[in-house]
Design a protein. Structure first.
Length: 400
């Protein structure tokens, strides 16, 4: 057992000693059998949420209506979910109700893929009701039960299929794949935030190329905002991902926008459709502005300056992309800029009033902006007396 599981063993023992069943389930079991590092340890138990709560001193109701209680143990949180079944699905995204049950088998049956439907006993024994271990060995992603039915219950599972294919480098089993192809349109019922989570993981998968190609082959992309009918661009993007792996969400999405050939403002529109965070959108927009210029040729000091904080991301994406630019040199050039922010300028609005007797107004911004550009371009030294003289000349011109 990996250390993460060992640390959680007392929790399972507490549940078992109280007469309940308790298992490790989900991705951590799958990844352990694949000898991959694990992140979150999920526990499933026959104890009902209220019963779980009476057994532990410190719990948080993270999703009690779904049966999930977080048990806090030595500063570590463990999501513990009561075995449950899911009733009929009428909206293609969530069960009309969940019912807590005492049977592990019932719980495993509702899980998405065979490799995700394994349970691990505290003694290290694996419960494998759907030949998940065999699929793990053969690197196959197969829906539990009837794929068609499972995607009707929850259409997000189709996105999860291509995500896991990319992450695990598993082939999607034939029937599962056919069912995705037949039901891709059901993705329209799924909240964009949830599609985003899966797609973002896909883009960073070790075989993102394959995941993306499967996403296209099954036409899932036709139900993803901004990705409808851009198959040629996506193909190029997939090939690129075959050689380059984005290291974070921002890199992944910036690279996508760049390969789609978006302008900075279209990047914002695209990202907003996907409900990206303001921070990601801001960085991507600035990065795309620089990258599009780099595509045309050498860039100015001003272009680097206005990229600002986004430069690190922009250069990382340039390295991932087909651009052949010396990103090291660009980074060095940026560091060497005389200023990196308006606040670094040795001239302020207050100087304009106090030293030149100007009244605040639109002309203020205009003068400061010109001075800023000249300093960044290296045409003027960032020194108060020199900049004041420049501002004086500019102000005279404005008066005429
Ligand atoms: P990751 O390593 O990315 O966390 P994971 O397999 O743990 O992968 P989670 O989204 O954390 O994925 O879900 C935990 C488990 O819950 C899954 O392994 C699967 O058994 C089950 N599960 C999650 N989402 C669904 C779903 N939409 N339909 C059916 N089962 C699901
Ligand atoms: Mg997980």
């Amino acid at each position: 057992l990996p250390a993460e599981f060992k640390a959680a063993l007392p929790i399972l023992e507490t549940l078992e000693n109280a007469g309940y069943e308790a298992y490790f389930v989900g991705g951590s079991v799958r990844d352990t059998l694949l000898e991959k590092p694990i992140h979150d340890v999920d526990i499933a138990t026959s104890a009902y949420p209220e019963e779980v709560k009476t057994l532990f001193n410190s719990t948080v109701d993270t999703g009690i209506e779904h049966g999930t209680v977080m048990i806090l143990d030595h500063g570590q949180g463990y999501e513990t979910t009561t075995f449950r079944t899911e009733s009929t699905y009428t909206d293609f995204r969530r069960p009309d109700e969940v019912t807590f049950v005492r049977s592990l088998a019932e719980d495993l049956k509702r899980r998405d893929f065979t490799v995700n439907a394994l349970a691990l006993k505290p003694n290290g024994e694996v419960v494998d009701l759907f030949d998940g271990v065999r699929d793990l060995q053969n690197k196959i992603l197969r829906a539990v039960g009837q794929a068609e039915e499972r995607f009707h219950e929850d259409a997000l599972r189709m996105m999860r299929a291509v995500r896991f294919a990319a992450q695990l480098d598993f082939k999607i089993e034939e029937h599962t794949r056919a069912a995705i192809k037949d039901n891709a349109a059901l993705l329209e019922h799924i909240a964009i935030e949830r599609i985003n989570v899966e797609f973002t993981k896909l883009l960073q998968g070790s075989n993102a190329r394959y995941g993306l190609l499967e996403m296209m082959a099954t036409k899932l992309n036709n139900y993803m905002p901004g990705l409808e009918n851009v198959d040629i661009d996506l193909l190029g993007f997939a090939e690129l991902l075959g050689q380059a792996q984005p290291k974070d969400d921002t890199q992944a999405w910036t690279l996508l926008a760049f390969e789609l050939g978006l302008t900075p403002s279209d990047t914002v529109i695209f990202m907003k459709k996907w409900k990206q965070s303001a921070a990601l959108i801001g960085t991507a927009k600035k990065s795309i502005a620089l990258l599009n210029e780099l595509r045309k040729g050498p860039v100015s000091a001003w272009q680097l300056y206005t990229t600002g904080q986004a430069l690190e991301n922009a250069l990382a994406v340039a390295d991932l992309s087909e651009l052949e630019v010396d990103t090291q040199a660009l980074a060095t050039q940026f560091t060497a800029l005389p200023i990196h922010d308006k606040r670094d300028l040795a001239l302020t609005g207050a100087d304009l009033t106090q030293e030149l007797g100007l009244q605040p107004g639109p002309i203020f911004g205009k003068i400061l902006h010109q001075v800023e550009q000249q300093v960044v371009a290296g045409e003027r030294t960032n020194q108060a007396s020199e900049l004041l003289a420049v501002a004086r000349t500019l102000a005279e011109k404005e008066k005429k």
